[in-house]
Write a protein that binds this ligand. Structure first.
Ligand SMILES: Nc1ncnc2c1ncn2[C@@H]1O[C@H](COP(=O)(O)OP(=O)(O)OP(=O)(O)O)[C@@H](O)[C@H]1O
Length: 595
């Protein structure tokens, strides 16, 4: 369960370089972006032409000695034409840009997910799932705004400013120069708000991801929360996180409203100034009335793109923060990767001989969990692993599947070090059935073949029959096509186990690791599961992490772990006769050991 103190410290810096690192994802769509640029130029030209056309109408056809109705009609028609061209160009560029932006984001999201999938288990040990969910969903969404809104604003509004300034200087250089006085003021306001805005956005994003992380963990552990009556405590913790997010959000919004209002005031002051200065110029006949009209329109237009660009400041800030967070995940190199030249295997030829030689391992430096572990398992043997809780049983199996790597020693399968195999091959050779059966949203069939389309319906049926799951599946409303929800919550614990056994038979690994279920099943289901287990174990090397000694009484060899060391090994009778730890466990309350 997440604790509020566990919330990540709020980051202080995120730069353009994080966004820059995501730019290569836009490369395949560069032509779409170029086309957007062309359309933006057309749209801007249409906007800048409009006040100029009105100025021409006023000065040449209205405020003149020879007013011309015909001239006015022509200008009105041109005006409508220019507006239509502008609207069409604007529509096309918006659609095109959204399309390109969403494509970029799809690629980033996909590569982020694939990158996370390749990570070793240690990566997941040190990260809250909810935070990763935020990275893949919200952060990519935020970055998408950089490729759409920000990019568009930078080009459209930036160009717009340049074109308006150009048009002003064309009309009257002196008044245009007066207008330029506002530019340093704009910079001053921006500088004043920049740091505040950035900090506000970063804080909101981080607090949102804290809320998400808390939610994900609590939803996953809801059963435990309810059993231990922690609903209220967790609600209070959630309320605190929620409140801190609300505060950050309100603060962010307030800062951004102040920023925008400051610009609005400046815009109106500029219009008043132009009316005063320009009006005087008209009265002194220095400029024509139409020119004043055009200046007033241009100064208003000038503030639109500036306002829009400053609004995009928010987008830029949040995109940089999001890109930074995505970058942090992408920068983590998978701790365990395939060697350049992996051993080429034909699965059928693998015999399933497993050997641990002087294996020493700890999850954290200086904290050894396994010390100098040595054992050999011959092909086809049935092996039991026992020991008190925390003795290191699961850790041995995590090393064999290469979820972690040992600090010392070697682990081999058929005499070949496991790191010489590709991880894909290794996981085809070694299968694992865990206590906590992972079922996914999909049909029973999908879950047995784990979405691998190359596994035929025939194989799925056969696998289910072998472990005795076929009768249970036949009882379900749609048989193999029955949809499973919420990790298989519509099945009993025993049924979930049987489906996971069928899955492993369909995979057909040479070595099978079985973390025996501790959940108590009714005797009939237990018998069913036991039969299923025997069927799965046939014809392959099987290693059972046993919590009940009865399961492994007939094992070919039993490994007894104590505080990370292999203290005994032998058959049940040898170990009982020896009178050591195993014999003590065996004598203890019948047959129960472990958690
Ligand atoms: N991912 C992890 N990160 C850090 N320490 C871990 C991790 N997994 C296990 N440990 C620690 O390693 C030690 C051995 O744990 P392991 O799960 O291998 O024991 P186990 O014998 O399988 O226990 P159990 O029967 O309770 O499942 C324990 O002290 C445990 O706290």
């Amino acid at each position: 369960m997440s604790r509020i103190e566990g919330a990540r410290p709020e980051p202080q810096k995120a730069g353009m370089s994080s966004l820059g690192r995501l730019l290569p994802y836009a490369r395949p769509y560069v032509w779409q972006f170029v086309l957007v640029l062309v359309l933006v130029v057309i749209f801007n030209a249409s906007t800048v032409m409009q006040p100029y056309l009105v100025k021409v109408a006023i000065d040449s056809d209205i405020s003149t000695k020879h007013p011309s109705y015909h001239g006015l009609l022509v200008i009105a028609l041109i005006y409508v034409g220019v507006v239509i061209v502008g609207v069409v160009a604007n529509f096309a560029q918006t659609v095109l840009l959204q399309n390109a932006g969403q494509n970029v984001i799809r690629s980033i999201r996909l590569s982020l997910f694939s990158h996370i999938e390749r990570q070793a288990m240690r990566f997941f040990d040190t990260r809250a799932v909810g935070r990763l969910v935020t990275n893949v969903s919200n952060d990519t969404e935020t970055v998408s705004q950089f490729f759409t809104n920000f990019f568009l604003s930078l080009i459209r509004d930036g160009l717009s400013i340049v074109m308006i300034v150009f048009a002003m200087f064309q009309l009257n250089a002196r008044i245009a120069l007066y207008c330029m006085v506002i530019i340093p003021v704009i910079f001053a306001i921006s500088a004043l708000f920049r740091g505040r805005l950035r900090r506000a956005y970063q804080t909101t994003r981080t607090r949102l991801s804290n809320v998400n992380a808390f939610l994900a963990e609590n939803l996953a552990g809801m059963r435990i929360i309810q059993i231990f009556h922690q609903e209220e405590r967790q609600s209070r913790a959630f309320e605190a996180l929620n409140e801190s997010h609300r505060e950050a959000n309100v603060h962010e919004y307030r800062t951004s409203v102040w920023f925008n209002r400051a610009f609005e005031i400046l815009g109106n002051v500029a219009v008043a100034a132009i009316v005063w200065v320009g009006g005087g110029a008209v009265l002194r006949h220095w400029i024509e009335f139409g020119t004043l009209y055009a200046f007033i329109r241009y100064i208003q237009q000038f503030f639109q793109p500036i306002n829009a660009m400053t609004q995009q400041w928010n987008t830029l800030q949040s995109s940089m923060v999001a890109a930074d967070r995505i970058g942090q995940v992408l920068a983590v190199q998978p701790e365990i990767e395939d060697v350049a030249q992996t051993v080429d295997i034909r699965k059928a030829e693998i015999r399933g001989r497993v050997e641990f030689r002087h294996v020493t391992f700890g999850y954290k430096p200086g904290q050894l969990v396994l010390q100098d572990i040595n054992f050999t398992i011959e092909p086809g043997q049935f092996i039991g692993v026992v020991g008190a809780t925390g003795a290191g049983k699961s850790s041995v199996m995590s090393l064999l599947t290469r979820f972690y790597e040992p600090q010392e020693g070697a682990i081999t399968v058929d005499g070949v070090s496991i790191d010489a195999y590709s991880q894909e091959d290794l996981h085809a050779i070694i299968g694992i059935v865990q206590q906590d059966v992972s079922l996914f949203t999909g049909t029973v069939k999908d879950n047995i073949r784990l979405f691998r389309q190359e596994i035929s319906d025939e194989t799925v049926r056969h696998a289910a029959e072998v472990v005795g799951a076929d009768t249970l599946i036949a009882r379900l409303s749609h048989g193999y096509e029955t949809e499973l929800y919420g990790k298989g919550s519509n099945l009993s614990a025993g049924e979930r186990q049987l489906i996971s056994f069928a899955r492993i038979v369909a995979l057909n690994p040479r070595v099978l690791i079985l973390d025996e279920a501790t959940a108590s099943l009714d005797s009939q289901t237990e018998e069913l599961v036991q039969r299923g287990l025997n069927a799965v174990a046939t014809n392959r090397t099987t290693i059972v992490i046993a919590h009940r000694l009865s399961t492994i009484r007939h094992a070919d060899n039993i490994l007894v772990l104590d505080k990370g060391r292999l203290v005994e090994q032998g058959t049940h009778f040898e170990l009982v006769r020896r009178g050591g730890l195993y014999a003590a466990l065996d004598a203890q309350s019948g047959v129960e050991v472990g958690p």
